[in-house]
Design a protein around this ligand. Sequence first.
Ligand SMILES: [Zn+2]
Length: 428
Amino acid sequence: MDFALLHPADQIILIMERIYGYGMTTTSGGNLSILDDNGDIWITPASIDKGSLTRKDIVCVKPDGTIIGNHKPSSEYPFHRLVYKTRPDLKAVVHAHPPALVAFSIVRRIPDTRLLPNEGQICGEVGMAEYALPGSVLLGEKIAAVFAEGINTVMLENHGVVAGGANLFEAFKSFETLDFVARLEIKANRIGKPVLLAPEHFDTVEANREVRMDSFIPKGYSTLEREARREMIKFILRSYDQKLVMSTQGTFSQRLDGNNFVITPYGKDRKYLEERDLVRIENGRAEAGKAPSRSVHLHQAIYDAHPHVNSVIIAHPPNIMAFAVTDNAFDSRTIPESYILLRNTPKLPFDSVYSDVAKTAAVFKKETPIAIVENNCTIATGSSLLNAFDRLEVAEYSAKAIISTGCLGEIVKIDQEKIRDIEVAFQL
Ligand SMILES: [Zn+2]
């Protein structure tokens, strides 16, 4: 799908569905707008169920203030208009009250994007606007004053967040990313003290931003590859719906023949990914005209080193990542399912995904199918895509269960003798 070519009303409907479906707004809270090339502002209506909006519900406000549509525009229209007036480079605004960001807004704190390497680049600097009455001119002025400083993502005291962007997807991405960081920081605080990345870590990320790889023109697509692509799209969409990945982060690959494989593209929206977007890597070269995910060399190193691995997923779901951003070790000896699928789950240093990928790949032996990378990601391997996906999902659920024990009582781990029984019974 070419999202950028859709009519503003259709773009707003799709993004509102995503925000509501992901649990980032209630039916009454939240409003989105787009400023089009005519100077018209397309915006969600006031007092209409956000869970069942159609394109006919979206209101168009002309530059002279004429309203076209079946409803009144959102009561927050004044601040949308003022943001566009203040920042002519912004063409879309997303506003909502997701619970994690509301939590930060009512303690008047800004989530720290330095917990992970890419989040700060997506959100930019994040500001805070002083409290003012919803719908008031004053609220608009407070918000616009922060946007005027060149900031695109603004927390609102005792209210929520506003994100602006050059288009609706960019604004949504900042909004989604800041909400993710807020959820991660809350979970991390439940189990320890979150550790932030230092400037030298960001230098490492910057130095590895470009993936250098020769390309080839494919002569055709085998039935095996078509099936692999179909299956990958199915699991990528499921991972998005299960909140295991975000719109542009989360890398999947699946082995074809030999050490060749298919991998997700860099930077493309996971929600609307299609079979043709995936990238074949053959003899160390990438399909021409496509950019593979930046961790492609690590995927290659894992396939080269381990014939038993047929799929690799790199993602950063918030519960398991709480262990990656604190010094709390993750132990899978909680329930048999967790131990069977996760076994040892070591924590690797931050730069493991960038430098000496052969050394990192060597970690993934049969008894170590999954690893957490400090302040970075979780790497899950599997004998199949389903197996790798299962591991990532079990890791996230197990982490969520462990975090939930905090207010319940002491954790009792399965002891070594019972672990051995599991190893024998399940031939681990
Ligand atoms: Zn609001």
